[in-house]
Ligand binder design. Structure first.
Ligand code: PEP
Ligand code: MN
Length: 364
């Protein structure tokens, strides 16, 4: 949690990150590839309503050596050309203090902290320190895994080094069951983040959540329904040729169609938030039901083992079975302290006992 600061302090009212008439759209290619690719894409995007900021990855955090690592500093020259030619503001990801120095030298307007950097408090601290005394908006992506405190902590570090124009980008989380997403949105977690930092503008990156074109619309709409301030969408004039993330980038005209179909009027944010909470609670119940089933199956295996042992020829005097009444009494008193209805517990365990009666577990 941010300490000793009021939420208003975290967010200097800015028309760059805050929602103006409609959501702010940040768009551009996953990676800067050539000046031609940057300009062709930016000119296409400039025509779209709501697009005010151009994005492009200059240094790419890639899993494997040998994949495209980004063009590096030359891409910052192309970003500058984009700004001169289109008037769009520019943004790029920085992952260490030398990236920051290069980006500032090339007059990048907004810095983005990528998901693979937010996970590393050392790097975030290094970047935050290198921005001390610099007045530039910083947008912090959520960390790769579901660690809300790291996301909040990164915002806290930038605030601590004097950055007052901070935004957050929700790009989804790597979970064990991501399907059908590339990164699971876990919308409820963003609502938790918002509870702690309500004044931080929240942007959604549907591209890295969806990982495929068909999911971009529902993810973007859900974000807008939840009152997000804008979207960060990857766009390339020719996605088929993209050197990274070709599967979800949209041509500028496709992005235009997407934006046209998104509903922004008459949105019921409270209703959408309630829906997210309900969905989350339903999922929790599903999960608990699975656990109940798993427990019953484990119990069944143990009772079978017990039954086998009891039927085997005795080498010593068999242990006396337990009195059912005593078992039930103990369960009911535990039910009381666990806050579970006693009658319900009695019914459930009587059924369980009936089911396993043949195992001679209990005395009558
Ligand atoms: C990106 O935006 O190009 C990117 C690498 O995203 P993330 O940090 O969300 O993985
Ligand atoms: Mn990408």
């Amino acid at each position: 949690m941010i300490t000793n600061t009021s939420p208003e302090m975290l967010y200097k009212n800015s028309n760059v990150l805050a929602k103006t008439a409609g959501p702010t759209i940040i768009a551009g290619p996953c990676s800067a590839e050539s000046e031609e690719q940057m300009l062709k894409t930016a000119i296409g995007l400039k025509k779209l309503q709501g697009v005010t900021v151009f994005r492009a990855g200059i240094w790419k955090p890639r899993t494997r050596l040998g994949s495209f690592q980004g063009v590096g500093t030359i891409g910052l020259e192309w970003l500058k050309t984009v700004k001169q030619e289109t008037g769009l503001l520019t943004s790029c990801e920085v992952a260490n203090s030398s990236h920051v120095a290069e980006a500032l030298k090339h007059e990048v307007d907004i810095l983005i902290i990528g998901a693979h950097t937010t996970v590393n408090a050392f790097l975030v601290q290094e970047i935050a320190e290198s921005l001390r005394g610099v007045d530039i908006p910083v947008m912090v992506k959520n960390p790769v895994h579901l660690q809300l405190q790291l996301w909040i902590g990164a915002v806290e570090r930038f605030h601590h080094s004097g950055i007052r124009n901070i935004g957050a980008i929700h790009r989804g989380f790597a979970t064990l069951d991501n399907a059908p997403y590339r990164n699971h949105p876990k919308w409820d977690q963003v609502l938790e983040f918002k509870k702690v930092l309500p004044e931080i503008p929240m942007y959604c990156d549907p591209s890295h959540i969806a990982g495929r074109r068909s999911l971009l619309r529902p993810v973007s709409q859900r974000a807008l329904d939840l009152g997000y301030d804008g979207l960060v969408v990857e766009s390339h004039y020719n996605p088929a040729k993209a050197l990274s993330d070709p599967q979800h980038q949209l041509m500028p005209q496709e992005l235009d169609m997407l934006l046209q179909t998104l509903r922004i009027e008459g949105i019921d944010v409270d209703g959408a938030r309630k829906k997210v909470h309900l969905e989350e609670l339903r999922k929790q119940i599903e999960h608990l039901d699975d656990e109940l089933l798993d427990l019953l199956s484990r119990r069944s295996k143990v009772t079978s083992k017990l039954e086998k042992l009891q039927k085997a020829p005795a080498t010593e005097a068999p242990q006396a079975a337990v009195h059912w009444d005593q078992v039930l009494e103990s369960l009911l008193s535990k039910a009381d302290s666990a806050g579970v209805d006693k009658e319900f517990v009695q019914t459930v365990f009587q059924e369980v006992r009936k089911h396993y009666a043949k195992t001679y577990l209990y005395k009558a």
